[in-house]
Design a protein around this ligand. Structure first.
Ligand code: ARG
Length: 581
């Protein structure tokens, strides 16, 4: 509805411009907002106030001219001027009902696919394979996945890119250790805990000079494509990737092996990238290293801050493979938009490589590059989350603890559940609690990880929403009606019915902002409000005890649309609903 009003206003503005009633110059975008007080219409715009000054006219005059030029629309019953020059729009009475009916009849809840479908490349999760996934990878994985699902729901083509760190000097140490261990039969059990494996390798490296030498020579051999080294390297990465996929599966994350395109995939391109930068006249040699100096980037005391693409010893860097990845994504994958869900602390890196990629012509102006940075997940002390012993917390351990705690919680609330149901419910509640706690926070802020809070049934949490969904679902079990058989008109005479109906129809706008801004918390807030609004409606507007069958069926339809919106919204967040809990 908002979009339709914006386009009506734009048409009117074009008419005025053609007639010479408004100056022919660039103007600010038309903003249309939903009003709070429905007595003054359902939508309002301040465009006349924005245009008055540049046009040298009074805001109310501009508003009047605009009203006169506004095309007729079946969606708008009335438009009028308010205050200093706002224009208020009243949506046509049957509009609400038509939209609700259309949403009910549609698998996608009446949300039209994007007018211009884009190819969006989303870089997310992207852990380093030298170690096991730890809590630092949770945010990228979960937030990236939610935005990816939302983009797909809106009709965009998404290419997932899991840019795993599968290359670098630490692999020499790991391969040397792997080589030593391979003589022993217990290799697979050694590798079952990559964290320990890494630690043991590091210890050998620090203690034994021969081992360290072997590690260094293995790096050189690996880089020159030695078959034995490549095999060890490949085996190791396979084991590490299996760990990742175990985590993705437990988390319900949609990444597949086909989405993995690690740093090493760009190795053959790196010399080409450096040559192209040279050709573009961007390279400067500094102490033997090859760098790019950008005017916009200096240290605090004004020293230039170079992007290094090749070290003096010939080695390439993180930035070099990211430049190759940018070129691949823009040119081979044909991205209209490339999103990076990576820790906020890498913001400078992305600003730099984005700029270099544009200057070198790897990425056209028309491709949007967006670093969707996120803050740190902290422990109760406000410092980065650690184990009691001060180590990094492995993601698998965190998820297991969440499930254990959920099990205790669910069985205490519902002791009669049989064991299988209990385990399944506990796992859903535990995992969704962890995911939702993360998704519901503003992406760029740090947050404190707190099991008690995320598992609470009160407040903006997964258990609250899952429970709200089961409550709506249970109405249908009790009523014993098939939702699709309900045909009564939907009435919204009670203000709570009206508020609920209006909110239900905002789902599409919310998804649009999640997709634009990469901020799933907007969807969380929306679902939380929706669940709250439903409670208010449910308390004050009896459904099964309604005064007439028509009213009952009208309310059942509002309830059904609420249930489906909650379920769809949670599913876009990567959370599956339960029918009972
Ligand atoms: N592997 C990196 C890390 O763990 C993240 C990679 C993000 N993606 C990228 N294209 N740089 O910090």
């Amino acid at each position: 509805m908002k979009e339709q009003i914006i386009s009506l206003v734009e048409t009117a503005l074009d008419t005025l411009r053609q007639r010479g009633d408004l100056p022919d110059q660039p103007r600010p975008p038309v903003q249309v907002e939903r009003t709070r007080d429905k007595q003054h219409g359902d939508f309002a715009t301040n465009i006349a106030l924005m245009l008055a000054k540049p046009a040298g006219r009074k805001p109310r005059d501009v508003a009047e001219a605009l009203l006169a030029a506004l095309p007729e629309s079946p969606l708008v019953s009335k438009a009028e001027i308010a205050g200093p020059g706002f224009i208020n729009f009243f949506q046509a009475g049957n509009y609400l009902q038509d939209q609700l009916k259309a949403a009910l009849a549609d698998d996608k809840l009446g949300i039209a696919p994007a007018a211009r479908a884009q190819t969006v490349v989303v870089d997310y999760s992207s852990p380093n394979l030298a170690k096991e996934m730890h809590v630092g990878h949770l945010r990228s994985t979960i937030i990236g996945d939610a935005v990816t699902r939302t983009l797909e729901f809106l009709g965009h083509t998404v290419v997932r890119q899991n840019h795993v760190g599968d290359w670098g000097t630490q692999f020499g140490m790991l391969l040397a250790y792997l080589e030593e261990q391979q003589d022993q039969a217990e290799l697979s059990s050694e590798l079952s805990d990559l964290e320990n494996f890494y630690r043991a390798a590091k210890q050998r490296f620090d203690e034994s000079p021969e081992f360290a030498d072997r590690a260094r020579s293995l790096v050189v051999m690996l880089q020159s494509g030695d078959a034995h080294c490549l095999k060890l390297w490949h085996d190791f990465n396979q084991v590490s990737l299996n760990h990742c996929f175990e985590v993705y599966q437990r988390l319900g994350v949609s990444l597949t092996p086909a989405d993995v395109r690690g740093e090493s995939a760009y190795n053959p391109e790196l010399p080409v990238i450096v040559a192209a930068l040279e050709q573009a006249g961007l390279l400067v040699e500094s102490d033997g290293a090859r760098c790019i100096f950008l005017d916009d980037f200096t240290t605090r005391d004004g020293q230039p801050l170079p992007v290094i693409v090749q070290k003096a010893d010939g080695g390439y860097l993180y930035a070099t493979s990211d430049l190759a990845a940018l070129r691949y994504r823009a040119q081979t994958l044909g991205a209209d938009r490339i999103l990076y869900f990576v820790d906020q602390r890498q913001a400078l890196h992305f600003q730099q490589v984005f700029q270099v990629a544009r200057l070198a012509g790897f990425v056209p102006e028309t491709t949007a590059l967006e670093h969707m940075g996120f803050g740190t997940m902290n422990g109760p002390d406000g410092k980065p989350f650690k184990t009691r012993a001060g180590g990094t917390v492995k993601l698998v351990d965190l998820l297991s603890e969440a499930e254990d705690r959920a099990l205790a919680l669910v069985s205490s609330k519902n002791p009669a559940l049989d064991q299988d149901d209990l385990m399944q419910i506990a796992s859903t509640v535990g995992i969704s609690a962890v995911k939702y706690a993360d998704l519901s926070k503003h992406r760029t802020s740090d947050y404190i990880f707190n099991f008690e809070q995320m598992l609470s049934f009160d407040g903006n949490t997964a258990p609250y929403l899952l429970y709200a969904y089961t409550r709506v679902a249970s109405i249908f079990r009790k009523a014993d009606v098939a939702p699709d058989s309900l045909t009564a008109p939907i009435t919204t005479d009670d203000e709570r019915e009206l508020a609920l109906a209006n909110n239900l129809l905002q789902f599409g706008e919310v998804l649009q902002s999640v997709a634009d801004k990469g901020q799933p918390h907007l969807l969380c807030t929306y679902l939380y409000d929706l669940a709250g609004q439903f409670s208010g409606f449910y308390e004050h507007c009896p459904i099964l005890g309604a005064d007439s069958e028509a009213l009952r069926d009208s309310r059942l339809q509002l309830a059904w649309l609420t249930a489906r919106t909650l379920r769809q919204g949670l599913s876009l967040l990567g959370i599956t609903t339960l029918e009972r809990m």
